[in-house]
Design a protein around this ligand. Structure first.
Ligand SMILES: C[S@@+](CC[C@H](N)C(=O)[O-])C[C@H]1O[C@@H](n2cnc3c(N)ncnc32)[C@H](O)[C@@H]1O
Length: 429
């Protein structure tokens, strides 16, 4: 008995008007209730506090005729999720999503775009997605809108903004603006912001919408990174470090003491926003070359850790490839999820564990040592030993233990429907 009606400024379709006309309870934002024909006898609940509005719907009972009016496509970052979570099975009459309309206004395809929401969620993840991805639509909220986005992105991330206010409404406004200007202008709600890298507004043809699938492989060989004197994290150690870092879209990762930037580049390939921190000017150039060669985005911050870290956005995960206990401590005090430290000296293990534990991480360590097969004359091989490396890592929420219930007694054999006999005339095409 619940109908969810999407509103995008267009005249409502006949079925939506009928459902509204017979509704005893109409729920919607003040803007939406003012825009649609609510019958005189119907009770109105203004959607501000979503939980309170859902309580009213529950109280109305299963037989009550309820209409919920919500913006755009209510199945997309909208009220349909909350209704289903409460056990309702609403009929949904969607309108055009604000994201679809925004890209239409910009005249751009959007199957290669990310759509992220800062509406009732932290802005940080949306900002990190914009840092890493060339085409993002941000659903905003008051206090997490174009100005706040621009302040986070400017000047390190060159982007243009298409701010789409009141889409579909008579006072619709679409403004193309540079982030520097967006920081100071007043903006009207509701709005969607397209955050675009002007050089990559039309991406490659895709088979999957949204975030691209992760890389086909990782822990790339050292040879695909320009490096000096073998100063590159070896592939086996990088594989382990990446597994612990878990870089993904929406994350900020620091690679501190980045050297060749191999860890930074690999994290960026997973869709994370990445900053490589390195004090040596020549190494910074090498990192930039590696970043270009791999076609990813990594910000390079030249300077001495820990001082240089102060100005960086909070990281979800940090890889410390260089720097002493003071650097590990500084990283641990800022990292939200995990810190991974690669060490050659055994004496550094204890202080690193202590630094992580002191900041509330659960810390562990392992020594990794790989022996690669190396060909010798005569079609035989020797083991070429790489230097052992200690990896110390700390996690705020260690992987929970998984229990496997012994459900063997309850298991029933699976019944698989029989395939039709090929000679059976009923299976003839
Ligand atoms: C909870 S989300 C709902 C999204 C909605 N389901 C849709 O498909 O557009 C709310 C956000 O959608 C965006 N939005 C909704 N209506 C809009 C409009 N008319 N013009 C611009 N943005 C709008 C704003 O970013 C707003 O903060």
């Amino acid at each position: 008995m619940i109908t969810v009606i999407g509103y995008d400024g267009s005249p409502l379709p006949a079925e939506a008007r009928e459902r509204l006309a017979e509704a005893a309870l109409v729920v919607g934002g003040a803007r939406h209730l003012a825009a649609v024909p609510v019958p005189d006898g119907a009770r109105r609940v203004v959607l501000g506090d979503v939980a309170a509005a859902l309580d009213e719907i529950d109280k109305a009972g299963a037989d009550a005729r309820v209409a919920v009016v919500a913006s755009g496509d209510p199945g997309f970052f909208g009220i349909v999720r909350a209704l289903r979570e409460r056990g309702h099975r609403p009929r949904v009459l969607p309108a055009l999503s604000s994201a679809a309309r925004a890209f239409a206004r910009a005249g751009l395809p959007w199957d290669d775009a990310l759509v992220v929401s800062a509406h009732g969620r932290e802005l940080r993840r949306a900002v990190n997605a914009c840092r890493a991805h060339p085409k993002v639509a941000v659903l905003t909220a008051p206090g997490a809108g174009p100005a706040e986005l621009a302040r986070e992105l400017f000047p390190q991330t060159p982007r243009t903004f298409v701010v789409c206010e009141n889409l579909g409404e008579p006072d619709e406004r679409v403004v193309h603006v540079r982030p520097a200007e967006a920081t100071t202008r007043p903006w009207r709600d509701p709005n969607v912001v397209l955050v675009l890298d002007p050089s990559r507004t039309v991406g490659d043809k895709r088979w999957i919408a949204g975030a691209p699938p992760g890389p086909a492989g990782w822990a790339l060989p050292e040879e695909v990174f320009d490096h000096r004197d073998s100063m590159v994290t070896k592939a086996e150690v990088r594989a382990f470090a990446l597994a612990k870092l878990g870089p993904r879209v929406g994350d900020m990762v620091w690679d501190v003491g980045a050297g060749s930037g191999s860890v930074a580049v690999e994290c960026a390939r997973f869709g994370a926003a990445v900053v490589a921190v390195e004090r040596d000017a020549a190494s910074c150039e090498r990192i930039r070359a590696n970043v270009r060669a791999h076609g990813v985005k990594v910000a390079v911050s030249r300077g001495e850790a820990p001082a240089v870290l102060e100005h960086l956005p909070d990281p979800d995960a940090v890889f410390v490839g260089g720097g002493g206990p003071e650097v590990v401590r500084a990283c641990a005090s800022r990292a939200l999820r995990c810190v991974v430290v690669a060490l050659a000296a055994v004496e550094r293990v204890r202080p690193s564990l202590d630094a992580l534990t002191a900041e509330g991480f659960t810390a562990q360590a392992v020594q990794l040592q790989a022996n690669r097969l190396s060909p010798l004359p005569g079609d035989v091989h020797r083991l070429a030993a790489a230097n052992p490396v200690f990896v110390v890592w700390g996690e705020r929420e260690p992987t929970p233990a998984v229990s496997f219930p012994d459900d063997r007694a309850e298991r029933r054999p699976q019944t698989i429907a029989e395939l039709p006999d090929e000679d059976d005339p009923r299976s003839a095409q």
